[in-house]
Design a protein around this ligand. Structure first.
Ligand code: 13P
Length: 341
């Protein structure tokens, strides 16, 4: 393993003013997004949509440090035959790949899941590296509810994340380590804080056991927010302070950077929270975004599968990327939302 090279890639992924575009929806997840805008889930439509994003050249160059791809996309070519990976590289952005096989029911722990995909992963990493991937993503999912999460669920997911991370680094690929505590329940912010702390402590313990040097990873956690169904929703400042407190408590300074997921927050919430955290200052690592929905909901709606809406789709993507770029340096304000990208 060349740790210096891994560290260089990781630092590039969290470079100042930039963040990651999570465009790695599986075929079934992108179907949900396309259903919402009335677009048939065909291979060509998936290609056209993602090509639209990757050809938003100035935005890609200025604000997108890396793109997480799905297996189909990393092999796909643009309409003119250019590999989509090349569009990303030409914009100076790093191509990445989602390698997990999804969260599956965890035996012995009703209502909980463990993320699968370790079998054959060494060979898959070798192929993905040849296809251009220089970083990867594995998402573990922890749900909060009555009597959950269990230690069994947290431990199984943290171990899988650590084994994945070690294999990625062995292949010269930077692992994005993503333990996501869901915001689906009615729990309050204190419960999210407690569970996320437990999960992050366990993840870093397992990374240590698996001998994963932290200089060669990027952490992708959830923010500390109340469940969507919780009657008490907290202010932007409360979320920012709680999140910074938890990551400071749990994430060693050797980690090159933290790129948050949006997890079902609205576009503007995800941006406001990130900006407020960075405005607090005094952080040992860059905090940026690795958003899926919070970067893509607007361009999906503007595009709606119509070739004549391509420019509108790109404009919407450019705008969200600019807003999040400002947030990553703590300089976003509500007034910026009114500005065109
Ligand atoms: P969201 O920002 O939509 O949560 O997606 C990020 C991601 O990559 C989840 O694995």
């Amino acid at each position: 393993m060349n740790l210096e090279e891994l560290n260089k890639i990781a630092n590039k992924m969290v470079a100042k003013g930039k963040g990651i575009l999570a465009a790695d929806e599986s075929t079934s997840t992108i179907k949900k997004r396309f259903d919402a805008i009335g677009v048939p889930n065909t291979e060509d439509n998936r290609r056209d949509y993602r090509e639209m994003l990757f050809r938003t050249t100035a935005t890609m160059k200025d604000h997108i440090s890396g793109v997480i791809l799905f297996d189909e996309t990393i092999r796909q070519k643009a309409k003119d035959g250019t590999p989509l990976v090349k569009l990303i590289e030409d914009a100076g952005s790093v191509p990445g790949i989602k390698v997990d096989a999804g969260a599956k029911p965890l035996a012995g722990s009703p209502g909980e899941t463990v993320t699968e995909g370790l079998d054959g992963l060494r060979e898959r990493f070798a192929e993905y590296h040849k296809l251009g991937a220089r970083f990867a993503k594995w998402r573990a999912v922890i749900d909060i509810g009555k009597d959950i999460p269990s230690y069994n669920c947290i431990n199984a997911n943290a171990q899988a994340l650590a084994r994945y991370a070690a294999l990625a680094q062995e292949a010269g690929i930077v692992p994005i380590v993503e333990p996501e505590v869901l915001m689906d329940g009615d729990h309050d912010i204190a419960r999210c804080e407690q569970v996320t702390t437990w999960v992050l402590k366990e993840v870093f313990q397992q990374l240590f056991y698996a001998r994963v040097p932290l200089e060669g990873i990027v952490l992708k956690p959830n923010m500390i927010v109340p469940g969507k169904k919780c009657p008490k929703q907290n202010s932007v400042d409360e979320v920012a302070r709680a999140t910074v407190m938890v990551v400071k408590d749990c994430v060693p300074g050797a980690v090159p950077g933290i790129a948050f997921l949006s997890g079902g927050q609205s576009d503007e919430e995800a941006t406001a929270h990130l900006s407020a955290m960075n405005a607090l200052g005094g952080l040992p690592w860059p905090l940026t975004f690795s958003y899926g929905r919070a970067l893509q909901a607007a361009p999906q709606k503007a595009w709606s599968g119509k070739a004549e809406n391509l420019a509108a789709g790109q404009k919407a993507f450019a705008h969200r990327a600019l807003m999040n770029s400002l947030a990553s340096i703590g300089k976003w304000t509500k007034a910026d939302e009114k500005k065109a990208a």
